[in-house]
Write a protein that binds this ligand. Sequence first.
Ligand code: F0G
Length: 362
Amino acid sequence: MRKIQKHEGVIAKYKKYLPVTAKTPIITLNEGNTPLIYAGYLSGIIGRGFEVYLKYEGLNPTGSFKDRGMTMAISKACEERSNAVMCASTGNTSASAAAYAVRAGLKCIVLIPKGAIALGKLSQALIHGAVVLAVDGNFDAALDLVKDITAKYPITLVNSLNPYRIEGQKTASFEICDSLGEAPEFQVMPVGNAGNITAYWKGYKEYKKEGKIGSLPKMLGFQAKGAAPIVRGYPVINPKTIATAIRIGNPASWRQAEDARDESGGLIDMVSDNEIITAYKLLAAKEGVFVEPASAASIAGLLKLCRRGFFKKIKVAKAKNKKIVCILTGHGLKDPDRAIESIKEPKVVKPKLEAILREIGY
Ligand code: F0G
């Protein structure tokens, strides 16, 4: 008999809030239930009694938050008797789609921008047997093609334009509230195609309506400076950033991201590649958490706001809830090349005791 596990994925846990019925086949890798880690170093930087927490979504089964949405999208594709799924991706969506498609026995086709996705992500899509096509263009062009093809052929689109993706991804906000016993005051996150900010905001609003939380967080989103269409107010034709996951010039959920920002009283700002790399290294060196560069945009944003005195302006008396949750969307091992490039490679030493002792100062 199949052994029952404590956590059987986000659909089993949050069924009540998801569009599933007894007839929906649940395709899962037991995603979700990721840790909310207290960040002592960052809390010290922000000061004034603020507590910073890291929602480490890189610990999902394929190493990113996409699994929460993919369990829903693939389960519903099965329920609707689809036999193929397709997405455009900067890497993580394709890794997740490929893995969940295997479990469902579906064909998976992914379009990736040529030469612009991190090695770990490419290896995942390939090893799970997806049909991977590298398009000589950027993510936005690849997504347009996927929209076109899935509209004309019996293939299910599993980008976040698929509403089931958003439904699944909103479970991360439920987990945060369940852990804290309340919504945080601020939630900080990277913004690319803008599906995730849309999903979190939807989740928080639903939990508030259900009476699970008394207040809503302010949503603080960050784009990369060279790929910041929402901040600039116009599509970026040729987006550029080392954070390849969020190298997107025309986000599909643009309007919804603006709604989340405006309804919550938050903001969407941008951070430079330098700021992203500084935050990426700081998180690894000071908090012991390894993320991919796009995820470090959360921390880069937090630090930028702190430098500007943003958190000093918050009235302490009013802010009885002083929790800040930063979403760390993907694991650092997704992009090992970036880690090695950012830090010195290991020094080569002779295989001799004295040589090693000299290096380590004993
Ligand atoms: N962080 C990571 C690690 C991502 O992979 C993505 C998006 C984002 C943040 C931004 O989330 O698009 O919902 O605003 N990756 C997509 C992909 C585009 O294809 O894997 P978003």
